[in-house]
Design a protein around this ligand. Sequence first.
Ligand code: PLP
Length: 355
Amino acid sequence: MGLFPTTRTAHPKTKPADDQLTFGRVLTDHMFLMNYEAGKGWFDPRIVPYGPLPLDPATSVLHYGQAIFDGLKAFRGDDGRIRLFRAQRHAERFNRSAQIMSMPELPVDIIRQSFDALVAVDADWVPRLAGTALYLRPTIIATDVMLGVSPSQTYLYFLILSPVGSYYKEGVKPVRILASDRHVRAVKGGTGEAKTAANYAASLAGQQDAARAGYTQVLYLDGVHRKHLDEVGTMNIMVRIGDEVITPPLAGTILDGITRNSALQLMRDWGLTVTERVITIDEVMTAGRNGTLREMWGTGTAAVVSPVGTLGYKGEDIVINDGATGEVTQRLYDAIVHLHYGRSNDPHNWMTLVS
Ligand SMILES: *Cc1c(COP(=O)(O)O)cnc(C)c1O
């Protein structure tokens, strides 16, 4: 704190009770802003009361979607102290998204200082109930007022915070996912590796189709062969066939998930056989039919891990592990959650103290 000019709100909001929190509907009292101009660089970092942004209707982000974001969480540990999970890697990925979208990078130190400073100002907003967290949403938008299609010369970085409830209020619950043979999320050479607004706009129709068919989420297959597992809408995917855990490689179409990376590291620490390789939907369905598909789960900041109880594809449903949470899935969930709340030692230094 003290690093950035800070204007405190004169009208603090009433905080919801921790057991009433959901995801992303309540925002805290303050936000961090910083501007960019080509030739000048980033300037005017500041913490101000949370509120609307004035935007001209011709602002380029509103038309051409030049926007990136990231998402990470701060946790109030059992010892009362507040910790961020893998802030450095989130800051680095934010810059990777910026590169892909022809946007200016931010110095990683400034990104991290903005996380720490804003969470410290709104520290009372970090909930206390088990399973809750404060979600951080760093974002950059293109702010040129101009209708031509070209990279903006001006940008706004903002960071906003939202207290979020426990994803699993009634324990970890397996989901039903649909491998889509209709919708594609990304192709090589496109924007699949970036956390950019358009990827999510493009995923809504597939999501609605899956919901209509009785599934919670879509499992996207690659755009060329429509065969290789890519990822779920906001999660990376992992399968356990026999004694091998398999996850699709980072080859330009999927997000380099930080939960994915953490899960791979932990499983390797535990001595499990973990392979990053192309895996086809036919291989997974065959393993499902012959009983060697032991577990399947998604990884992401929101849920940590999300066990897949049912996988649907071309009208066939495969029930995995009798629809229950698998052993490795549960072990990953427990290990990561213990780190979040400062309950276990942290050999990879993933947690950083905010206050
Ligand atoms: C955010 C996201 C993930 C998960 O990434 P984490 O860093 O683990 O939160 C996976 N896939 C997509 C498309 C995402 O947007």
